[in-house]
Write a protein that binds this ligand. Structure first.
Ligand code: UDP
Length: 386
């Protein structure tokens, strides 16, 4: 039976749910606070620089799942971009993530065996690393930790790495060969034509209203639909009754420069504690090297990314996964469970998880599968839908 389903938020989680539930024959309505879909993936074409600007920071799609890769390729063709980051520390530039070339630059290692020996000499024995700093000291030792991690992480999270969980850094590989790909996944790229075009295809045929703030009139919306998928911050849904969850925000400073190439790479990280931004991205380099450039491209576009506290009115970008925040999130999660299956909380903000894009898609597809399974068995409002 066709249900009336409301989806709050046209980011990746909401858009994937919308596509799938619409295709399954439900009447789907999406509402979105912003003026365009795509959440923080949104892009816009900048003719002077002949590139797509990542409006909310670099988004590089990567996944090891063939199923997820096939899924996104239904909505976009992906280019062959591979993320190879450089790190600036003082006047020096390093290859990153840590690989044999980095270990050559720092320790003079020339072979995998020399690199392993250099890192083995550095490692600090810590039986059970309890935080991000201890994890780094135990895996790569103090020299690399102080060069690449301590300053950057303290800026990014405004907390010392001793006060942060190791998971934050475990996503970044350490390698003893010359592979400098930021990700280990088999599939990687950026949609040709930008993420916003991909979202237009994801949402084709679905009713989407922009500029709508769900929380201003939550009761109105909740009574009119059989099922609601909410992708905003979970603490805001419950009026912060257990106190605000902590997020980190970002401030982007964009600059159009009258030159062809500013930094020669898409991403350069700034690891010094006293440089206020964490990275500069140069958007034209998200196109593969050698891609034809339009004669109208008189400029290059760069964005400096400044970490910022999250205050009312600023965008919540990163959940801060400390034990205290996770405990507070659990209290909200219990409130969400009490609502039963009518409202489902999904995505980075509603699940308070440091999700990558491919994980968001996987979670959204899993929710839809569960929802449709329940619907086929005639029960759609059982508790614990998440
Ligand atoms: N990080 C770091 N130095 C770097 C890059 C990353 O210390 O040059 C740490 C930092 O704590 C950061 C985390 O690794 O928050 C994850 O980095 P990633 O690039 O995956 O972050 P994202 O792209 O999600 O902002």
């Amino acid at each position: 039976m066709s249900q009336k389903i409301l989806i709050v938020g046209a980011g990746l989680y909401g858009a994937v749910c919308a596509r799938e539930l619409h295709d399954a024959g439900h009447r789907v309505q999406v509402i979105e606070q912003r003026a365009q879909p795509g959440g923080n993936c949104a892009t816009r074409f900048v003719p002077e620089a002949d590139c797509h600007e990542h409006l909310h920071g670099a988004h590089i799609f990567h996944t090891d799942s063939e199923r997820i890769w096939d899924y996104v390729n239904r909505f976009a063709r992906f280019n062959s971009y591979v993320n190879r980051v450089k790190v600036r520390r003082g006047d020096a530039l390093y290859s990153f993530p840590i690989n044999l070339f980095t270990l050559h630059q720092v320790f003079g290692a020339r072979t995998p065996a020399e690199a392993r020996a250099a890192v083995a000499r550095e490692r600090v024995e810590i039986a059970a690393p309890a935080n991000l700093e201890e994890h780094c000291l135990a895996t790569v030792g103090p020299t690399l930790y102080q060069l690449f991690i301590e300053g950057y992480t303290t800026k990014q999270w405004r907390r010392h790495p001793r006060e942060l969980p190791a998971e934050i850094i475990q996503r970044i590989p350490v390698r003893f060969d010359f592979n400098d790909n930021y990700f280990n996944d088999r599939f990687q790229g950026i949609p040709i034509g930008g993420y916003s075009a991909m979202f237009d295809r994801l949402l084709a045929g679905v009713s989407v209203e922009f500029g709508v703030d769900f929380l201003r009139d939550a009761d109105h919306w909740l009574t009119r639909f059989d099922h609601v998928i909410y992708t905003g911050p979970i603490d805001a849904f419950f009026w912060h009754c257990h106190g605000p969850l902590e997020y980190r925000s970002l401030r982007f400073e964009r600059e159009l420069l009258p030159m062809a190439d500013f930094q020669g790479n898409a991403v350069v990280n700034y690891a010094d504690a006293d440089v206020p931004y964490t990275r500069i991205i140069e958007h034209r380099h998200f196109d593969p090297p050698g891609a034809a450039r339009s004669a109208a491209a008189t400029h290059t576009l760069i964005t400096r990314e400044y970490p910022a506290d999250h205050t009312p009115g600023s965008e919540p970008y990163y959940p801060v996964g400390t034990a205290a925040n996770r405990a507070r999130f659990d209290r909200y999660r219990r409130l969400a469970d009490e609502l039963g299956g009518q409202v489902h909380f999904g995505g980075r903000l509603a699940e308070y998880r440091y999700y990558d894009m491919h994980q968001v898609i996987g979670a959204a597809l899993a929710h839809v599968r569960r929802h449709l399974g329940r619907e086929r068995h005639g029960v759609v409002t059982e508790p614990g839908l998440a």
